[in-house]
Design a protein around this ligand. Structure first.
Ligand SMILES: [Cu+2]
Length: 179
């Protein structure tokens, strides 16, 4: 008797998890939001807000793209963070495409990117702005704002221990290329 009850309870868990997943997927229609191909978009995650602009528009593959992000928290600009843009295609490996965004002051970050063309003809991409705050508000002041775009991302990540490293926030912007 107790054995059978336990078995039934166990079975119920995957079913619940599946239902929760389905509900989650259904309640977030991603492309319905802002279109980076038409103008700047704003989104947030974990209390960090990002306004992202990719130009020129419409966004095309195999072109030099200007990437401009404004990062804020509670309305205040986020200074001295390690910020990068990652471009990917959902469920399809298109090669690693991560560009550091250099700080300009005032919570503004800028960089350049190029999108590859998808051999399958797909045009849906996701731009993710990855923001890693400066460690402990001034504790990492030596790395401050002036770092060049080239050395940014990798050097800082490699040099810091996992324990003291502030968590990175990822803000997603789904978009489509014009061609
Ligand atoms: Cu693709």
């Amino acid at each position: 008797m107790p054995v059978r009850r336990a078995a039934r309870a166990h079975l119920a868990l995957p079913a619940l998890a599946a239902a929760a997943l389905a509900a989650c997927a259904g309640s977030r229609p991603e492309p319905a939001g802002c279109d980076l191909g038409r103008g700047p978009c704003a989104a947030g995650a974990g209390g960090t807000d990002v306004r992202l602009e990719i130009s020129p528009r419409p966004i095309r593959s195999l072109r030099d793209l200007e990437v401009a992000a404004v990062v804020s928290r509670g309305g205040a600009p986020v200074e001295g963070a390690e910020v990068a843009l990652e471009l990917s295609m959902p469920g399809m490996y298109m090669g690693e495409n991560r560009v550091p965004l250099a700080p300009l002051g005032g919570g503004r970050y800028r960089g350049k990117a190029v999108l590859v063309r998808c051999a399958s003809g797909r045009r849906d991409w996701v731009a993710e702005v990855v923001v890693r705050p400066r460690a402990g508000e001034g504790g990492d002041g030596a790395r401050g704002g002036g770092g060049g775009a080239g050395e940014g991302a990798r050097t800082v990540g490699a040099g810091r221990g996992a324990a003291g490293e502030p968590a990175a926030v990822r803000v997603r912007f789904p978009f489509e290329v014009a061609e």
